[in-house]
Structure formats: C-alpha cells, structure tokens
Write a protein that binds this ligand. Structure first.
Ligand code: ATP
Ligand code: LTN
Length: 328
C-alpha cells in the first residue's frame, strides 16, 4: 500500500482537518509507505495573498510534524517543490472532459456567484489526480468532502490505462468512519472549514485555551436539553459528542450516560477542557518547530528529493506511453 494525501495552505488548520485527515495520516504511517504534501498550488485556485500563502505553507508543514507525522518514516513535502505534479496535471488534463469537471460539486460551490472563475479552480481536481497518480499511490486518506475528486482520479487512471496500457493502480479513498465530517460549531449543516469567514465555527489547532473554551461555550445546540447522539434530530449536539469522543478516546455511549440529562452547561465545559488537553501537546511541539525554521526547511528539502525520486520514473513512463519524444 502506498499512501498519498495533501492539505491546502488556505488558512489555519482546524479540528476537522485533524480528525478527518491528519489523524488517519498518523495512523497509516506504521502500516504503509506514506507521502504527505502541503498542496500550495491548490491554494492558488481562488484569491490568495502571497505572504499568507508562504506563512500557511510552513505552518501546515510544522503542524503535520506536530500532530505526529514522522519525517523519517513518511515523506513530507511541498507540492510546488516537485514540478512533476504540474507536468502530469497537464498530461491528465488532456484526457479529462469539460463535462465531468463542470460537474464537480466543489467547483460548482466555489465558483458560484463569481464574475470570473479562474481556470485553476476548474483544473483543481486534475492536479489532485496528478498528485496521487505521480506516485502510483493506492490509498488516499481524506475527509468525506473529497469523495467525488477521488472518483475522478480513479476514472482518469482507468482511462489512461485503457488507452496507453497498464500504468496506474486505481487508488482507493480511505475515509474514516468517524470524524470524516466534522461540522461547524455555528451551523451544523456546514462542514467545519478553514476558509469560512466566521472563525467561531471552527476550533483551530493553534487556538489558545481561552479561545477554545469560548468557542465551545458559544457553539449552537439543539432544542431540548438532553445530550444524545442523533444526527437527524440533534445535529449540533451529535457533532459535539462526536468531537468529544474523538478527542477524549471515550465511547459515545459513555459520554451520553454521563451527560445525558445534566443539561448542556457541564457537557460544554468538560468538552472545552478535553479539547484544550488534546491540543496542548500539538501546540507545544508546533511552537518548537517554528522556532527552528532551518530544521523544517531541511525536512521539506529532503522530502522533495525523496518525492521527486519516486515521481520522475512515473513521468518518464507516462511521457513515453503518450508519445512524447524522450529528451535530454
Ligand atoms: P477550505 O475551507 O479551504 O476548502 P478545508 O478546511 O476544507 O479547506 P482542505 O485543505 O480542503 O480543508 O482539507 C484538508 C483535509 O481535511 C481533507 O482531507 C479534507 O477532506 C479534510 N477536511 C476538511 N474539512 C473537514 C471536516 N470538516 N471534517 C472532516 N474532514 C475535513
Ligand atoms: N483537494 C484536497 C486537497 C488535496 C489532496 C490531494 C488530498 C490536493 N491534492 C491529493 C489528497 C490527495 C482537499 O482536501 N481539499
């Protein structure tokens, strides 16, 4: 099994990114060959600020390590440091259809209401397919929102293989049963998101303890006072329960038994403390890494070298199969 995944530096990482994605990354590194990248080129598909992009890229790389990704075992790198991603994206783009790319729900959501839609946003899923296929990855740990992009990657791999001969394994999405869709604390019908304007809906991994407590206190709840898991009738409380269970390691039923009838106050206070305890070691380690920028730069340099050594042979094969003349 070879695993690849990426996170966009479009803001600060939040609990949804951790529970939906990074937690699986950490888990997988003991069982598979893993590559984890910061997909900076994807962060340029909507308006971006160069300084913020630079800062967020380094922040996410530091958080990967702070959350437990071990650069000795996994390859940690920045997407733009390995130009083979862009090259393969063009080549795969020549096999992708306008219709299928237009049907991507993320494209529809993110282009809605814009006067002009960047080509990069339209091509986004092709670049994502290139990220995965350049390494012939077989498993892709992501949150639930990436399911459709993974389907497109699979279709492109099959199409390429059918036309040019067996080249790519068809990758599987690796989506956790719990935590794959952490919802906003302010609106439980939206997913917790980095780019949502109101930060109150998300717990950022680097939020100070008092901010975490305040966000949990202000989280919306449902009518009634019982703490029960029922996403249909109690979407807000169910989301809080799932978060509580994931960060504390306690079963949801144990939490229901403890807080069921005691109202939301104590439940929220204890959830706030559980989150603070969960985030403390990540924040401490991230601080240490940010204080040693040369170390982080060296990790990323070495990651890019190792990634390039895996991607280039794939590209050589792909170029030849597609009819490009071998160059110097
Ligand atoms: P943006 O708001 O800019 O689209 P995002 O918060 O959705 O960003 P991404 O960089 O798109 O973050 O996603 C990184 C990883 O985190 C992906 O695997 C994605 O599926 C996962 N993820 C993002 N949000 C959530 C969430 N609310 N619950 C679970 N997983 C999530
Ligand atoms: N589109 C993904 C980020 C991403 C990705 C990837 C995930 C870009 N390339 C390759 C897995 C594999 C998202 O989470 N928004």
């Amino acid at each position: 099994m070879r695993v690849l995944s990426g996170i966009q530096p479009t803001g600060r990482l939040h609990l949804g990114n951790h529970l939906g994605a990074i937690r699986q990354f950490v888990d997988l590194q003991s069982r598979a060959e893993c590559l984890f990248c910061v997909v900076d080129l994807h962060a340029m598909t909507l308006d971006w600020d160069p300084e913020a992009l630079r800062a967020d890229t380094l922040q996410i790389a530091a958080l990967y390590l702070a959350c437990g990704i071990d650069p000795e075992r996994s390859i940690v790198f920045v997407q733009s440091h390995v130009p083979q991603h862009c090259e393969l994206s063009w080549l795969l783009g020549c096999l992708a259809g306008f219709g299928e790319l237009s049907r991507m729900t993320q494209f529809k959501d993110k282009s809605r209401g814009r006067e002009s839609v960047p080509f990069g946003l339209f091509a986004y899923p092709v670049l994502m397919a290139a990220d995965i296929l350049a390494y012939r990855a077989t498993a892709v740990p992501v949150g639930d929102d990436q399911r459709q992009h993974l389907e497109l990657t699979r279709d492109l791999a099959l199409r390429f293989n059918a036309r040019f001969g067996e080249t790519f394994p068809v990758p599987e999405a690796f989506i956790g049963k719990v935590g794959a869709r952490v919802m906003s604390l302010q609106n439980p019908s939206d997913k917790m998101s980095k780019s949502a304007v109101d930060p109150a809906g998300r717990i950022e991994l680097l939020d100070p303890p008092d901010v975490v407590r305040a966000k949990v206190r202000r989280a919306v709840t449902d009518s009634g006072r019982e703490v029960r898991h029922n996403p249909e009738t109690k979407p807000a409380v169910s989301n809080l329960l799932e978060i509580f269970s994931l960060v504390s390691g306690e079963e949801m039923s144990t939490l229901e038994a403890r807080y069921g009838d005691s109202g939301y106050g104590r439940f929220k206070a204890d959830l706030g403390e559980a989150l603070v305890a969960f985030l403390a070691p990540i924040q401490q380690r991230c601080g240490e890494l940010r204080a040693a920028p040369d170390h982080l730069a060296a990790v990323l340099r070495q990651g890019a070298e190792r990634a390039t050594a895996l991607a280039e042979p794939t590209l050589r094969d792909v170029r030849a199969r597609m009819g490009l003349v071998a160059g110097g």
